[in-house]
Design a protein around this ligand. Structure first.
Ligand code: GDP
Length: 176
């Protein structure tokens, strides 16, 4: 069996949330174990893939990043089409990015797979002294909306694997 076929499932997962919350760095931390302090220069949808082993199943995650398009409200239905998982990301030090979560959720539910697995992700926990969104508030909101929830730091590599792998295993549980 060729290595490109050495997986049982391909799951499309999308990253959404306001610009600057850390979506690109969460993705590069998960797929390449890389972090960058620079803002990216290019605009355009891109995706990265990573294969992970979940029990007996080999899961290929195809993770899509908005690559700056969210700035222009230019995310199209093609971005969400077929997505079975989503990470809705906010920055724990920027309240407005948390307040926008509701809007991202409704856009997501309008376009994605009806059983899309959604995780609310509060990123940048390394900046604890600048925190503006309480963990408990976000946890309760996630519970009310039936979302998975985790806080991460792409910079310190905290909970990044946990975030992606929880979404993938929940998708596998529901659809696999
Ligand atoms: P995106 O616009 O949502 O894709 O966000 P980026 O991944 O481009 O990150 C925006 C900025 O936040 C960059 O300067 C990153 O270096 C920074 N950043 C991303 N994740 C973290 C984190 O966990 N902690 C800190 N302190 N900065 C982060």
């Amino acid at each position: 069996m060729g290595s490109e076929f050495a997986y049982n499932f391909v799951f499309k997962v999308v990253l959404v949330g306001e610009t600057g919350v850390g979506k690109t760095n969460l993705l590069s931390r998960f797929t390449k174990n890389q972090f960058t302090l620079d803002s990216r220069a290019t605009i355009g949808v891109e995706f990265s893939t990573k294969t992970t082993q979940l029990g007996e199943a080999s899961i290929r995650a195809q993770i899509w990043d908005t690559a700056g398009l969210e700035r222009y409200r230019a995310i199209t239905s093609a971005y969400y089409r077929g997505a079975v998982g989503a990470l809705v990301v906010y920055d724990i030090t920027k309240k407005p990015t948390y307040e926008c979560v509701e809007r991202w959720l409704s856009e997501l539910f309008d376009h994605a797979h009806p059983h899309v697995v959604v995780m609310l992700v509060g990123n940048k926990t390394d900046l604890e002294s600048d925190r503006c969104v309480a963990t408990e508030e976000a946890r309760q909101y996630a519970e009310k909306k039936a979302l998975l929830f985790v806080e991460t730091s792409a910079l310190e590599s905290t909970n990044v694997e946990v975030a992606f792998n929880s979404v993938l295993s929940e998708i596998h549980r529901r659809l696999g």
